[in-house]
Write a protein that binds this ligand. Structure first.
Ligand SMILES: Cc1cc2nc3c(=O)[nH]c(=O)nc-3n(C[C@H](O)[C@H](O)[C@H](O)COP(=O)(O)O)c2cc1C
Length: 373
């Protein structure tokens, strides 16, 4: 009976010079990406309704082989794809190929909403491929899930999402839209967005500035009790801490005060800013997995730039944390600055000030490119 109904539904639808140019476009805080897959267009209709209610970029995932009839022979192809993933979920070869995606860098997005069909009580295999490839980029971001099924409950899809995007900050419970309430999707989505406090998520994320040896970089904070308390503390003035390199992957040390923890196993990556044991701040230029509370991420630096900025390997590094920078970080460059920064031969600080004298050691802008001296 269910399969017949599903079939109906299915048929109805330096002194090295860095290679890259200065990134003039500021991180657009609060930006949302809706990423979805849809075989028979129910999820497409859900996304149409969703994006009439929120501002978001939209990306549709497509299988490389669009001739597949997943429902044919009693859904045999869909079943085989899911069984292959289940047998070896950590092997990229288990996942069906998808077309190249139009947005490969998710750093500009703060919020991501995943919309997927349910297949045999699991996440549709095509969406699993996308998340297997790009889920790691969603670490520390607000992520939400909408699942469309004919009638089956969605706990299996939620588990798949948690496996494929382990370091997401989930905005709240997933929204389940099924065959009997699909026509009601507009109001279901409206209520769900309300319960997620989504309007608030679209507001600007707090930026923190980190100054080391006269060089200032911006970082985007995640939204949790620890960062809220940290921001309140920084409103009273900048905080200067002494950090030390450790383990070949981080600089860390005591904050001098405690923040509320929400520790979980986190695979910290280069650029991550982490709270350890409630009162220590860690800034990563490598990676390490431990029980931590996420605070945020340093904006826009490559791993080698992070090593230079954070003084990897050194001890007694003086690091100042503040809410307003004396020098605007590279991601905060105003659109008008890059033109002037392209003046041949001139060297500029990250805040766009032209230097009259030979610069000291640090990160600068020369000929429109970041340079490390
Ligand atoms: C391979 C396959 C397996 C499915 N398995 C289930 C299922 O176990 N339970 C269910 O309620 N719906 C199942 N469905 C139905 C889809 O979840 C449902 O039609 C959904 O709305 C499709 O979204 P789409 O139109 O965006 O592709 C299945 C569909 C396909 C193609």
């Amino acid at each position: 009976m269910l399969m017949a109904a599903m079939l109906l539904t299915a048929c109805s639808k330096d002194s090295e010079v860095m290679a890259e140019p200065v990134n003039a476009s500021a991180t657009e805080a609060g930006k949302t990406l809706v990423v979805y897959y849809s075989y028979t267009n129910n999820c497409h209709e859900i996304v149409t309704s969703l994006t009439s209610q929120i501002q978001a970029d939209v990306m549709r995932i497509e299988p490389a082989d669009r001739t597949q009839k997943y429902e044919a022979n009693g859904y045999a192809i869909g079943t085989a794809l899911l069984n292959a993933i289940k047998a070896a979920p950590n092997d990229a070869a288990s996942y069906p190929a998808i077309d190249p995606v139009s947005i490969t860098d998710l750093s500009q997005y703060q919020n991501i909403i995943i919309v997927t069909p349910l297949w045999w009580s699991q996440m549709a295999a095509i969406m699993q491929t996308y998340l297997f490839n790009y889920g790691a980029q969603m670490a520390g971001k607000h992520v939400a899930l909408i699942v469309s099924s004919h009638s089956s409950g969605i706990s299996g899809v939620v588990a798949d999402a948690q496996r494929l995007v382990p370091d997401a900050v989930w905005m709240g419970d997933a929204l389940w839209i099924n065959n009997s309430n699909h026509s009601n999707r507009a109001s279901l989505i409206e209520n769900w967005l309300h319960t997620l406090n989504f309007a608030e998520k679209q507001t600007t994320m707090e930026k923190m500035h980190i100054t080391i040896d006269g060089v200032t970089q911006s970082a985007t904070l995640v939204d949790n009790a620890a960062t809220q308390a940290l921001v309140e503390r920084l409103k009273d003035g900048a905080v200067t801490v002494t950090l030390n390199s450790s383990g070949g992957f981080e600089i860390w040390g005591a904050l001098g005060f405690s923040l509320p923890t929400s520790n979980e196993q986190i695979n910290a990556q280069p650029g991550d800013i982490i709270l350890y044991n409630g009162s220590n701040i860690c800034m990563f230029y490598g990676s390490n997995s431990w029980s931590y509370t996420r605070l945020g991420k340093i904006d826009g630096l490559t791993e080698s730039e992070l090593r230079t900025f954070l003084k990897a390997g050194e001890s007694n590094i003086t690091v100042t944390l503040s809410l307003s920078s004396g020098a605007t970080a590279i991601n905060g460059l105003t659109p008008s600055l890059p033109t002037s920064l392209k003046l041949e031969g001139s060297t500029y600080t990250l805040s766009g000030q032209r230097l009259a004298q030979a610069p000291a050691r640090g990160i600068y802008i020369r000929n429109g490119k970041k340079v490390i001296l």
